[in-house]
Design a protein around this ligand. Structure first.
Ligand code: AMP
Length: 191
């Protein structure tokens, strides 16, 4: 199995690229953000629990993620692996993911980061707010999400670097240019 974590701050293009990568490499695309948005839309118990947290740009507590992820992964059959988009976001989640994959004698194969500077990120997210009306894309919430990313998620770079699994590509350019850079890294990795 090829298990890819797509990594980067909010607005770095993880979602857009993940869909293309999943299709090309026959991977199951697991986006925890999409799962939460669907739970909120359907007003489920979990949705109601996490709505306020997400609208403030904070992270949902780690303990709510493991079961959610395990259930999402179980849904897929006949795949070559997974692409995790928006997960893990904390060291605890990375450890949980390692344990989860270990159950099926598997592991994270590669962590690929999209590099985009902070001002570009803010402009992109403000534009997305206008286009998609996401409540967690107002300027104050965006700044908080970036702070949360820097404090809680960025330390994962060291976690995966120590395991020799961390690589990055330039996340600025056209969608196809970025996709091509990603594919050449993946192709080299699986060759
Ligand atoms: P995203 O679409 O990945 O940017 O996720 C939107 C929001 O959902 C985040 O700002 C968090 O509030 C929440 N979320 C998504 N994935 C996670 C995660 N792995 N851990 C904690 N919170 C998450």
């Amino acid at each position: 199995m090829f298990n890819l974590v797509i990594f980067g701050p909010p607005g770095s293009g993880k979602g857009t690229q993940s869909v293309k990568i999943a299709e090309k490499y026959n991977l199951a695309h697991i986006s925890t953000g999409d799962i939460f948005r669907s739970e909120i839309k359907n007003k489920t118990e979990l949705g109601l629990k996490v709505q306020g947290i997400i609208e403030k740009g904070e992270l949902v507590p780690d303990e709510l993620l493991v079961e959610l992820l395990e259930n999402a992964m179980k849904k897929y059959k006949n795949i070559e692996g997974y692409i995790f988009d928006g997960f893990p976001r904390t060291i605890q989640q990375a450890r949980d993911l390692d344990l989860l994959l270990k159950k099926s004698i598997d592991c994270v194969s590669l962590v690929l980061a999209l590099e985009v500077d902070e001002e570009e990120i803010i402009q992109r997210l403000l534009k997305r707010a206008q286009e998609q009306g996401r409540k967690d894309d107002t300027e104050a919430v965006i700044r908080n999400r970036l702070e949360v990313y820097n404090k809680q998620t960025r330390p994962l770079i060291d976690y995966y670097n120590e395991q020799g699994k961390f690589l990055s590509v330039e996340g600025v350019g056209s969608i196809d240019e970025i996709f091509n850079s990603i594919c050449s890294v993946i192709d080299k990795h699986i060759a």
